[in-house]
Design a protein around this ligand. Structure first.
Ligand SMILES: C[S@@+](CC[C@H](N)C(=O)[O-])C[C@H]1O[C@@H](n2cnc3c(N)ncnc32)[C@H](O)[C@@H]1O
Length: 234
């Protein structure tokens, strides 16, 4: 008997349409709260880069809050970009540029932005990928610029809730490996690398006992590459 082979997913196309429903069922409005936790800090930004923006929920909130900024929105999934584009009102279409790009393998060349946003994106990657990707992201942020980042965090304590959260994380990584093609199988901590690249964390909102965090970083106003830039994530 022939077995039906399901091709492994290469990107998030397959789950793009159901992504929001799954998110709402699993987390309610919490992830959107995390995405928008520092929104008011970028209401006067002019050039904003969203990487791995997905279906555009942050984009829509940003365009509503900041009525002037120009946005570049990168994602590897055509369907995610289509969903994001559909959220943009007619009056805002001219200020958003959508780019289908694999930022891991063939990162497009970018000018400098005053804000970079990576929500639930960095936690999709293994350390060796982050070691290449974070300097590129940092290069696209102007000195003194702002980086917004929301991600899951591996719980470090013992106890029932933490071990439940660890189990859910394993399940999420398994699910996104099969359906979204992600290669990482656990969370890597990018904090030291970000610090080495001149990012200073100036605010953090935490949810579900720190399982989800939303941070705001400011890049050093000095252009010199940091002396610790060789630090790697293990
Ligand atoms: C976990 S989802 C997060 C989406 C959204 N930012 C959010 O807050 O829900 C990861 C997103 O990153 C995109 N992505 C994954 N790998 C990528 C890559 N190498 N280059 C560009 N986008 C990528 C996926 O298509 C997906 O939309």
């Amino acid at each position: 008997m022939k077995s039906r082979l399901i091709k492994p997913a290469e990107n998030f196309d397959r789950i793009a349409r159901s992504y929001e429903t799954m998110e709402r069922l699993a987390f309610g409005s919490l992830l959107q709260k995390a995405r928008t936790a520092h929104l008011e800090k970028v209401e006067h930004a002019e050039q904003v880069l969203l990487v791995g923006e997905g279906n555009g929920r942050f984009l829509a909130a940003l365009l509503e809050k900041n009525r002037r900024c120009q946005v570049t929105c990168i994602d590897q999934s055509r369907r995610m970009l289509d969903l994001a584009e559909n959220r943009v009102q007619l009056r805002d279409r001219k200020r958003v540029r959508f780019a289908l790009n694999d930022f891991e393998k063939e990162p497009m060349s970018l000018p400098e932005f005053d804000v970079v946003v990576t929500h639930f994106f960095l936690d999709c990657f293994a350390p060796e990928t982050l070691n290449r990707m974070l300097p590129r992201l940092s290069d696209s942020l102007s000195p003194g610029g702002t980086w917004l980042r929301a991600d899951f965090v591996e719980p470090s304590d013992s106890g029932t809730i933490a071990s439940l959260q660890r189990t859910v994380l394993r399940a999420l990584y398994y699910f996104f490996a099969k359906t979204g093609g992600i290669k990482a199988n656990k969370i890597s901590c990018p904090e030291k690398k970000l610090e080495a690249l001149g990012m200073k964390e100036n605010g953090r909102s935490s949810y579900l006992r720190g399982w989800i965090t939303s941070s705001i970083y400011h890049k050093s106003p000095c252009r010199n590459p940091d002396r610790f830039a060789r630090i790697t994530i293990e």
